[in-house]
Write a protein that binds this ligand. Structure first.
Ligand code: MOS
Length: 760
């Protein structure tokens, strides 16, 4: 049972239902693979059966004999057609620099080695199965501890990272009266969006249109233009709805350029829909991590030392890492801090962003260690957080723009009934019962965004921005801010998203969409307001002539003030305008000088949590009850309560829905999700939704998300913090802490499974 969203409080937007809700439930919303194309051909991928080595030769005779086969792309006929690409982690846009058909080399299991194009999907699939590839395999390194892996300091391979530290953490740890020293681990996970990874490419003369679910269509457009060596003005990327992405559709994968090349060769639109298992290797994933954490504390609970060493797996050529230490080290009043992130290169496809990429693994480790410290101190875990709460981050001493961590802990604790908690295991019949809690946190980030708003004399507005509807409610909140600023009913606002022909929006990643898009749209609306206000104030006649523009407002299609009102149609007449159009390029506070130019070239210059004068984070607290069956070890989560504060909420319904989805995801992270790797062959084993477990309805019982009101005047003009990736952070730690409370056994490796409970 999911507890319904409470009524909005101060600083919270109306719970307007999603503008696209009806389209989605009726199937009218068109996803990339649904777009009708004229006379399309179909592509099917042939993937490498080995993780390392090269293709020696192909036998394509049987494949070519399948009726309706039009073309088979291999490195033998495609090698020089895609230009080298740059990894997004090094300032490019590609999710990997591995370019499958550029050479016979095989970098990872399930790499594309051929693409078959045929008149029908079935024909392409049959022919793909009949492609015979003679591959020469070499020993492949799968993961941590595999022979042949290479470990490097992340700070050595990327100038972007400086491992945060302050004071003498080693010395303070050695001197600490209470010491925690433990290792934690998180597994490989795959996003598994329900919408499969699809790409359709259609050429009209020399213009390419790409239909692909994307979290960054301007990036996709520019990257494909670059890879194909054509002008970006000849490429259009469209993605009006995305059926789940969670990071997996943010970077450009190697499939897209190949589909475009295929479409050119067969002179027809070509559509590719990857199978579920192909998505495991041809896109990104959350890499497995390891952590060693040392916490030193005084008997009063003050943390004198925090040392966090993180290890993350990446691919051979690309140094992907998330380095959650950049945020973890800011979160409590640590007196001394040391941190270091290392990457471990293996023969794997390149990992990438997956929902709360740094926070999910690093906060699991930190918040479990915090619980271990509370136990060592015989202190209530909420009180330990209170003792170490702070309004200034400890590394540089910068203030938080706002911080409601303890308010979240207190509200969630009250709703949960935490004061009734027993310090050790409770029992209910055959079930051991335990309670646990942890912090949720997500950096409040933003990026530049352009937007065009057009208002007509009838009081109808059109909002255009290449932002992305990825299930986040983007159409709705962007419409809401325009309606609010222009004083119009929401039904009078038309929102256009998801087309690279629109003004560029940033990547829909890092939970930046609402803060970035809404601030850009608000700025465009404010320019329109100013033009209207100027029109009435400068007029020779009319009820508002000579008015101070600061005293004016826009409501219900009229310019109003205490002295009177005028319809906007009349104002349009005064201005001699048919429509009023405003195009803005909004740069967030602290945005880089080149960020608009970068935006127009398909790059997102993110303003991260740590800014010049302050740091910006959204916080939350989650409390869970677990029940573990004394005989079978079955683990249930009958109850979870989360309280979250993320500045101004544009829409309490969509915010609540993000929190609910996030906590369910968190339960999955704790108890279900893990991609198993065959360590000998460096291949994924459970690459399907029967074997890759996610929580289902039967796994979720009582779930409550509390919206804590918070006003932030520093974070950005509208006071919006990102919240999409907040509520799935900390859930796994809260569950592992509850498991300890129930059983006395500390589980430091996710997911927690029945087999971990057999000896308790
Ligand atoms: Mo999210 S992993 O930043 O798409």
């Amino acid at each position: 049972m999911i507890v319904a969203a409470p009524q909005p409080k101060a600083n919270m937007g109306e719970p307007v239902p999603r503008l696209d809700a009806r389209l989605k439930v009726t199937g009218e919303a068109r996803y990339a693979a649904d777009v009708p194309l004229s006379n399309p051909a179909y592509a099917f991928l042939v993937l490498s059966p080995i993780a390392k080595g090269h293709v020696v030769s192909f036998d394509l005779s049987e494949a070519r004999a399948v009726p309706g086969v039009l073309e088979i792309l291999t490195h033998e006929n495609t090698a020089n057609e895609v230009r080298p690409t740059k990894f997004f982690g090094q300032g490019g846009r590609a999710s990997t620099t591995i370019q499958p058909l550029s050479s016979p080399q095989i970098w990872h299991d399930g790499q594309i080695i051929a693409m078959v194009v045929a008149n029908t999907f079935e024909g392409a699939r049959e022919a793909a199965y009949k492609v015979k590839a003679n591959c020469q395999a070499e020993p492949a390194s799968a993961t941590f501890d595999s022979p042949g892996t290479k470990i490097e300091a992340a700070a050595d391979v990327s100038k972007e990272l400086k491992d945060p530290q302050v004071g003498d953490a080693e010395g303070a740890f050695a001197d600490a009266e209470i010491q925690i020293d433990a290792e934690y681990g998180t597994p490989t996970q795959h996003h598994n969006p329900i919408e499969l990874f699809a790409t359709a490419c259609a050429w009209t003369d020399d213009e390419l249109t790409i239909y692909e679910p994307s979290q960054f269509i301007h990036g996709l457009k520019h990257e494909i233009a670059e890879q194909l060596g054509i002008s970006p003005s000849r490429v259009r990327a469209r993605s009006h709805y995305v059926g789940g992405a969670f990071g997996s559709k943010g970077g450009v994968t190697s499939r897209t350029a190949l589909v475009a090349i295929a479409a050119k060769r067969v002179n027809r639109p070509v559509k590719l829909v990857m199978t579920r298992d192909q998505g495991f290797t041809m896109t990104t994933y959350r890499a497995e991590t390891r952590h060693r954490i040392r916490l030193g504390a005084a008997p009063d609970g003050k943390i004198t030392s925090y040392i966090h060493e993180g290890f993350e797996v990446t691919s051979r050529p690309d140094a992907y890492f998330v380095a959650g230490t950049r945020n973890c080290t800011h979160l409590y009043s640590f007196q001394n801090v040391a941190s270091k992130v290392s990457i471990v290169r293996a023969d794997r496809n390149t990992p990438g962003f997956m929902r709360s990429p740094p926070e999910v693994p690093y906060i699991f480790a930190l918040e479990t260690a915090m619980d271990e410290l509370a136990v060592a101190l015989s202190m209530d875990p909420v009180e330990l957080r209170r003792v170490n709460d702070t309004m200034h981050e400890p590394i540089k001493g910068l203030p938080f723009t706002s911080r409601s961590l303890m308010k979240c802990f207190d509200e969630a604790a009250r709703a949960f009934g935490w004061q009734m908690r027993a310090p050790a295991s409770m029992r209910d019949g055959d079930w051991r019962v335990g309670w646990g809690c942890a912090m949720a946190v997500y950096p409040s980030q933003m990026a530049p965004a352009a937007a065009r708003v057009t208002l007509d004399r009838g009081g109808r507005a059109r909002v255009e921005i290449a932002a992305h509807e990825i299930g986040n409610g983007a159409y709705t909140v962007i419409g809401q801010i325009a309606a609010e600023r222009l004083g119009l009913p929401l039904r009078n606002v038309h929102v256009e998203l998801g087309d690279s022909a629109l003004p560029p929006g940033p990547i829909a990643g890092g939970s930046i969409t609402t803060a970035s898009s809404c601030n850009a749209v608000a700025a465009a609306c404010d320019n329109i307001r100013e033009r209207l206000f100027h029109g009435v104030a400068m007029a020779n006649d009319g009820p508002l002539a000579g008015a101070d523009t600061d005293s004016l407002d826009l409501t219900d299609g009229r310019v109003v003030s205490a002295q009177g009102a005028e319809d906007i149609a009349t104002v349009f007449d005064r201005l001699g305008a048919g429509v009023i159009e405003e195009y803005v390029e909004w740069v967030p506070p602290g945005g880089a000088a080149d960020s608009v130019q970068a935006l127009n070239n398909g790059h997102t210059r993110m303003v991260r949590a740590e800014r010049k004068e302050n740091v910006a984070y959204a916080f939350g607290a989650e409390f869970v009850e677990v029940r573990i069956h004394a005989m079978t070890g079955e683990i249930r989560v009958p109850r979870i309560v989360g309280a979250f504060a993320a500045g101004r909420l544009m829409n309490t319904r969509t915010a609540h829905s993000q929190y609910v989805g996030g906590m369910i995801w968190g339960i999955g992270s704790a108890l279900h999700e893990a991609t198993e790797i065959d360590e000998k062959r460096a291949r994924y084993v459970n690459d399907n939704l029967a074997d890759y477990l996610v929580p289902v309805n039967a796994d979720i019982d009582q779930l409550e998300a509390i919206l804590v009101s918070e006003e932030d005047t520093q974070v950005n003009p509208l006071g919006i913090k990102g919240l999409g990736e907040l509520a799935n952070v900390g859930t796994a730690a809260a569950i592992s802490n509850a498991v300890f409370n129930a059983t006395g056994k500390r589980i430091r490796q996710l997911p927690i499974r029945i087999e971990d409970m057999l000896d308790v």
